[in-house]
Design a binder for this molecule. Structure first.
Ligand SMILES: [Zn+2]
Length: 133
């Protein structure tokens, strides 16, 4: 199912430079050991504002999900669907992302996930997650 095009701004440029390389970046506090989600501006542990980018392992566990159904095709073909997920990264921060390569009926909280990337032709590479084989 097609999704909207993702474009970068100054704040997200390091994140999308990394996704182009096949890496997922999270924020890491310079003043304590805490990790934070990419959009975070202040440390969730100590409140400090010195957050650096650091490469995440890409391992995650499924927390919650919803199946998003697309518009039925005019020709009566199969209705496209996508799975929007909330995952807990191995480093701790929770992330939103699409789940790929999964059947909704097979999903369960805690399901181990690995990182993958969708690379649309007209936008930034976007991290997605798939069940570990
Ligand atoms: Zn901190």
């Amino acid at each position: 199912m097609p999704t909207h095009t993702v474009t970068r701004d100054d704040a997200s440029a390091p994140f999308y430079d990394a996704t182009a390389r096949g890496e997922l970046l999270l924020r890491r506090c310079a003043d304590c050991p805490a990790w934070a989600a990419p959009r975070t501006l202040t440390c969730p542990s100590c409140g400090g504002d010195r957050l650096n980018w650091q490469v995440a392992s890409g391992s995650a566990a499924l927390v919650s999900w919803t199946v998003v159904h697309g518009r039925p095709a005019a020709d009566g073909g199969e209705v496209p669907q996508a799975i929007a997920a909330l995952v807990e990264s191995a480093e701790g921060p929770w992330l939103h992302g699409r789940l790929v390569g999964a059947e909704p009926a097979s999903l369960a909280a805690g399901l181990p996930l690995s990182l993958a990337f969708e690379r649309p032709g007209d936008g930034e590479a976007v991290p997605v997650f798939r069940p570990v084989d």
